[in-house]
Ligand binder design. Structure first.
Ligand SMILES: NC(=O)C1=CN([C@@H]2O[C@H](COP(=O)(O)OP(=O)(O)OC[C@H]3O[C@@H](n4cnc5c(N)ncnc54)[C@H](O)[C@@H]3O)[C@@H](O)[C@H]2O)C=CC1
Ligand SMILES: O=C(O)CCC(=O)C(=O)O
Length: 520
């Protein structure tokens, strides 16, 4: 039975769907998430809305396999940490988009027609027609930043108001924008020409602080900025600086934290709502339903379409990362764990060349157990720099026709080791080790590797030692190098060969190198 924790206000449809499928569901929106995590360490799936999913929460749930954000924005979830812990994070794209798109018009109309202050004043007995002179949406230019699920619906809903549409989205094509009646323009043009600018982009390293002094200096006098995306996208101090001069109207639904208390933005916001964009019965139902259905599909059919932290591009076969890890692990063991690696050189051939950076972390994980396989490529490069290990990505010489394969060389002072590998018939395959071409062994299980000066009888000494130690040999390859001086015995053994036996065999056969490596 799978255990699901829902520490948030979410339509009961999620719990109903999961319970009907036999899942054990705890839903509790009153207790804080840290306490719930302590109380339910059996949790395998977590469904959240805007709650923060921190490393501490992830660590408190050792069985966690997936976190589902019932919604679009997942900036409150530490997706990188989740990846490192093998936790898949999903969102439910589009499920609540209409709620936000309608809120945009609620805000624009409220700001143009002074709905909130006029209501307050009229209730107090006022009758301020001149003070509350409004403006109309019809004929105005609407600038949509981010033409995704929400942006597209904003475009569609604007048709009734007969507005001119501009859009900025680096991923969307001109023809796609035209389908929504929008003209694709640059960000600067959009800010200069739009009467109303509405933001529908995620908050990430690229977009944080994107709406700044420079862009705001371009807006027309009396323009309106609507932020129903995330607070961090807009530099609110820069709005404060130009608000009076530009007579800028500012509507916001998003704040640095979803919590009660004074709002520093209150002095510059014309309309301010407590993150209500997706807070409709319809959006809550749809997002809850989608979250539950995605969990069922994930556990029962392995569907990972909505995973946002896969860590690698969709079209890269993850087994190639395993290959990089195993090649580097064998190379590391060949050099000897006690000898520091000083230089890594690698080449990625064929289709793999465009994915080069995705092999950096598996290589680092093979060098150090303190580095995790799923860390970012940038973290891997930083790690190597900190450790003083040189890294060279060589241009792959495609004239060699190696297909989709990789070569990983490690250097440590005098010792250099080079391995090449590929995947054939879905098996990881080591094809070369130093000058030993065509070694063709599958890097899995316990390997015992001995390199020696080629002469009769050595192989039988090694296999006899294994038999004497009650170690079964499951597979054996013993190619000679290109000059036929050395041979290498690569044995796959039923259990690990103990270190004292490695040493004894090494001495007996006068080995150049003898080592074991666990490739399970
Ligand atoms: N206020 C609320 O209650 C809600 C807010 N949101 C926020 O709205 C955001 C957008 O939601 P959706 O439209 O559902 O997401 P989406 O993923 O469907 O669309 C986002 C669009 O932004 C574009 N984009 C990404 N970076 C960009 C950049 N630097 N400049 C211009 N365009 C860029 C993407 O290409 C994509 O087309 C979410 O990330 C979330 O933060 C979402 C739902 C509810
Ligand atoms: O769940 C909510 O109310 C917030 C929705 C939201 O911001 C999102 O889906 O990104």
């Amino acid at each position: 039975m799978k255990h699901v924790l829902i520490p948030t206000k979410l339509d009961k449809v999620a719990k109903d769907i999961l319970t009907a499928k036999g899942y054990a569901v705890v839903q509790d929106a009153e207790t804080d998430m840290a306490t719930l995590a302590q109380q339910h360490p059996e949790t395998e799936a977590l469904i959240v809305r805007s709650e923060k999913v921190t490393p501490a929460i992830i660590d408190a749930l050792p069985n966690l396999r997936t976190v589902v954000r019932a919604g679009a924005g997942y900036n409150t979830i530490d997706i990188k940490y989740a990846r490192r812990k093998n936790v898949d994070v999903m969102n439910t794209p589009g499920a609540n988009a209409n709620g936000v798109a309608e809120e945009v018009f609620a805000m624009a109309l409220a700001a143009y027609r002074h709905v909130v202050p006029a209501d307050v004043d009229t209730r107090k007995g006022g009758w301020e027609k001149k003070k509350f002179m409004g403006r109309e949406l019809t004929g105005k230019t609407l600038g949509i930043v981010g033409l995704g699920n929400i942006g597209q619906l904003v475009a569609k809903h604007s048709y009734g108001f007969d507005m001119k549409l501009l859009a900025y989205d680096p991923v969307v094509s001109e023809s796609k924008a035209q389908e929504y009646g929008a003209k694709l323009v640059g960000l600067e043009q959009l800010f200069s020409e739009a009467d109303i600018i509405t933001l529908h982009i995620p908050e990430n390293d690229e977009t944080r602080g994107m709406v700044n002094k420079r862009l705001l200096s371009l807006v027309k006098k009396g323009a309106m900025l609507i932020n129903c995306a995330r607070a961090g996208i807009v530099n609110e101090d820069d709005i404060r600086a130009i608000k009076a001069e530009k007579e800028l109207l500012f509507c916001t639904d998003v704040f640095p934290a979803d919590e009660a208390g004074p709002k520093p933005v209150a002095d510059i916001a014309d309309v301010m709502l407590p993150h209500l964009g997706a807070n409709t019965k319809e959006a809550n139902f749809t997002a809850a339903k989608r979250a539950a259905e995605q969990i069922v599909a994930y556990f029962e059919s392995g569907v990972n379409t909505y995973v946002v932290n896969k860590g690698i591009p969709d079209d890269l076969n993850e087994n190639y990362q395993q290959l990089a890890y195993r090649l580097a692990l064998i190379a590391r063991s060949y050099i000897g764990r006690g000898t520091p690696v000083r230089q890594i050189r690698c080449s990625f051939y064929g289709e793999l060349s465009k994915f080069s950076k995705w092999f950096y972390s598996p290589i680092c994980a093979a060098l150090s157990e303190h580095f995790e396989f799923q860390q970012d490529p940038e973290e891997a490069l930083r790690y190597l720099q900190e450790k003083g290990i040189g890294f060279e990505l060589r241009n792959a010489d495609e004239s060699k026709r190696y297909g989709n394969s990789m070569t990983i060389d490690l250097e440590s002072g005098a010792k250099v080791v080079s391995l090449r590998g590929t995947i054939t018939e879905n098996n990881l395959m080591v094809s070369r080790l130093n000058d030993f071409d065509h070694v063709y062994f599958v890097p899995r299980g316990n390997a015992f590797i001995v390199e020696y000066c080629d002469r009769p009888g050595v192989l039988s000494m090694i296999t006899r030692a294994c038999g004497d130690a009650d170690i079964n040999i499951e597979d054996i390859h013993a190619p000679r190098d290109s000059e036929a001086k050395h041979a290498i015995a690569i044995l796959k053994t039923s259990k690990p060969v103990p270190p004292e036996m490695v040493e004894a065999v090494g001495k007996e056969v006068n080995a150049k190198v003898a080592f074991t490596v666990n490739l399970s």
